[in-house]
Design a binder for this molecule. Sequence first.
Ligand code: ATP
Ligand code: MG
Length: 560
Amino acid sequence: MSVAEAGSDAPGDFIRGIVRDDIAGGRSAEVVTRFPPEPNGYLHIGHAKSIVLNFGVAREFGGRCHLRFDDTNPVREEEAYVESIKTDVRWLGYDWGAHLHFASDHFERLYEWAEHLVREGKAYVDDSSADDIRAMRGSLTEPGIESPWRDRPAAENLDLLRRMRDGAFDEGARVLRARIDMASGNINLRDPVLYRILRAPHPRTGEDWCIYPTYDFAHGQSDAIEGVTHSLCTLEFADHRPLYDWLIDHLPVPARPRQYEFARLNLACTVLSKRRLIRLVEEGHVAGWDDPRMPTLAGLRRRGVPPQAIRDFAQRIGVARADNLVDPALLDHCIRDELNRTAERRLAVLRPLKVVIENWPEGRTDMLPAPNNPNDPEAGRREIPFGREIWVERDDFMEDPPRKFHRLAPGREVRLRYAWLVTCTGVETGADGEPVLLRCTYDPATRGGDAPDDRKVRGTIHWVSASHGMPAEVRLYDCLFSVPEPGASGDFIDDLNPGSQVVLKGCMLEPALARPGEAPVQFERQGYFRADDDSRPGRPVFNRVVALRDSWAKIQARGG
Ligand code: ATP
Ligand code: MG
């Protein structure tokens, strides 16, 4: 495939425009991107935007995308996060091939380059405390103050840097700083710290190092070592770009990556910062990183969201420079779109109400055929047992309904999906006035639910045979937060949605759901559901992935 072909059907965002121009202008012979997570938490749907962009651009332009862990802070990072991140990227459908990298693989080279800067008079060892360095940094309106150690001779700096590496000093006693400009309007250029002493073992390099490069020193150079051509990152790094360029200008790097910034994904009623997600987990507001309400990829996967829906979502939100807040209804819409095509249909009653079909013979069971997926004939069909006693949805009955209620009510006829037309002939209520049992008769001439021409039967409801139904727990989810921007006025924890999880027990499933698979299914008339990891043999637990009602399509229809 030629490059022009690859690019021509690609989405036309500004990043792809730049890449296309770089290829056309001969600035890039090949396209190399990278996804650079710090292994200090689980990936979330914001990261998915970056993954889909980086791997997508590489794929479209016939290049490659690396997975690089920016593991420069051993205090916060863990090997377990590395594994979870690899799992999540693969699950999303991407493959880094041989290009799994770690910033820590480059520690030796980065250190050599630190010495290079020192020898060139471009970096110095500063004995000031962290507090003093902060105090001397100045502010957006005031210039910084030069450190008293700024003009140390290169030889002395080199000696101190080597002793820092050898472990001669305590943690925090000294740092290596770039020697740039304390009066710069860009605070990132005010002699930023390049190395600090951290007496912490590293998950990958163990006890080899007691000094570690800062993210700012490691990031651009790692890109250069790996031959990354297009270093795509979120907008908060735009102000760091002059520093990255300065470092590349002053180091003997083998290649020159170019950085382009795009807006991060902000999702309404959701938090996407790791710091906040960690708090949700540690304070027990959710059941863990993979709680189905979490915006983590682990949570979305457990809930039953297909990776294709997340890729589709990332394509639809696009890539731009302006910040915005995306409506989670768009993600729901993408999920429905995908599952409507792929999910098999099943009957399940979430809030069961017993019905006795009085003219159905005792002990008789009929097996009724039903298509697994009306959108996919290949999915075949199954047979659902029907008997004298069935469960229907409590909400599908009203004792005294308005005219437009096309479901069950005394004297009204309704279609039982794939079965017969039934008429309600009586209701038994409990002490609280709530119905506990309905009596119905069925019309034997309507097998399959076909109504004779002279009978208008508007309503169709779902059901499960009482003697074959499989009891189950079903968990319904809503947004974790009840306001669009959690924490906008106070602690974000105060904005948690108390109704974000509703657990229903004693739901009744058709027997085909007794041994649920991995794939989500549609419970007809209700939504898409997937068996939770908490399921046990004979005790299925289902998560609602998304309800059927499509508020997004309605908003669109209204032209909003
Ligand atoms: P957080 O703010 O959640 O801690 P982070 O940016 O510190 O995220 P990293 O592990 O450093 O997390 O991120 C890896 C990559 O993912 C970076 O290139 C970052 O820009 C990108 N990324 C992180 N959050 C988002 C987001 N909400 N939208 C798009 N890209 C994101
Ligand atoms: Mg980060």
